[in-house]
Design a protein around this ligand. Structure first.
Ligand SMILES: [Zn+2]
Length: 283
């Protein structure tokens, strides 16, 4: 038993001498950079077989180097994780790179911008409260853009988000019950689910049943949902068709309605061009 204890592994004894390292007055190897010991002497005891032993240890800068390397590895892993999240987020290519800083703030959408920023900053709180958002307004006012900004900002922070549309989900699950189950689980695993363009899916019983199931299963998972739609809240609230009513009732339970106001971005762009042209003609 004692025999085994004294047999220190070879790498506990050998010290790799680096440039500048020196043997100190104590007869031990010291680091040339931080002057710290790279060896320590273990006093003679029954555990060292009755003899004094010199073993390797780590100097201060060695410890720091080790820590730095560990942090680098962790950062690299986090980047890989985020890249993987990005590619599995289902976000449309055209929205892949949008961020809050690419938001063209104007008097129409200031409030929406502020809300998106707040939602991102306070996501943990929103998540705990299961607080979602319903972005509604005319076509082309930047609802999908806003939703994608929120999604991308959160993914950048390492939070798993999936952004898709009912049209895409329905295309993927029609007639494939196994796929449907997988997709549902996968969507519900995401911390935030963003579904774009509510109301553009087909209005068949089948489609509406699936839409209800997706929203209801998110509700049951107790996780937040962000939706965008071209419908108005009034239209949704006044719909008497029971197939829609139960969908919208769930949505209003989960999502805070936010109107995305203003002229469409296309109109704004046209106006900007007109002004430019006018200036040019006046010159
Ligand atoms: Zn050192």
């Amino acid at each position: 038993m004692l025999e085994e204890l004294v047999k220190l592994p070879q790498n506990a004894i050998e010290v790799r001498m680096e440039e500048g390292d020196y043997i100190g007055e104590d007869g031990l190897v010291h680091c040339g950079k931080c002057k710290g010991k790279k060896q320590i002497r273990l006093p003679a005891s029954e555990f060292t077989g009755g003899k004094g032993v010199i073993v390797r240890c780590i100097c201060q800068c060695g410890m720091e180097e080790r820590k730095r390397r560990k942090e680098l590895d962790e950062q690299k892993e986090a980047m890989i994780r985020i890249d993987r999240m990005k590619s599995s987020s289902l976000i449309d290519d055209k929205f892949r790179e949008v961020r809050l800083k690419s938001f063209q703030e104007d008097q129409d959408n200031q409030k929406v911008y502020a809300l998106a920023q707040k939602y991102v900053e306070q996501f943990e709180k929103m998540y705990k409260k299961r607080q979602g958002i319903l972005l509604w307004g005319m076509v082309g006012t930047g609802k999908s853009f806003t939703a994608a900004c929120i999604a991308n900002e959160l993914i950048d922070r390492g939070i798993p988000v999936i952004m898709t549309s009912f049209v895409k989900i329905l295309q993927n699950i029609q007639g494939k019950p196994e796929q449907e189950k997988n997709l549902m689980n996968w969507m519900n695993d995401a911390r935030l689910l963003v579904i774009d363009d509510l109301g553009t899916e087909r209005n068949t019983d089948y489609a509406l049943e699936k839409v209800y199931n997706i929203i209801d299963s998110r509700y049951r998972a107790g996780k937040p949902l962000i939706l965008t739609t071209n419908m108005t809240v009034k239209e949704m609230q006044e719909n008497v068709d029971i197939r829609y009513k139960r969908i919208y009732d769930r949505i209003f339970e989960m999502c805070f309605p936010v109107r995305v106001p203003g002229r469409s971005w296309r109109e704004k762009e046209a106006a900007r061009r007109f002004d430019e042209m006018k200036k040019l003609m006046e010159e």
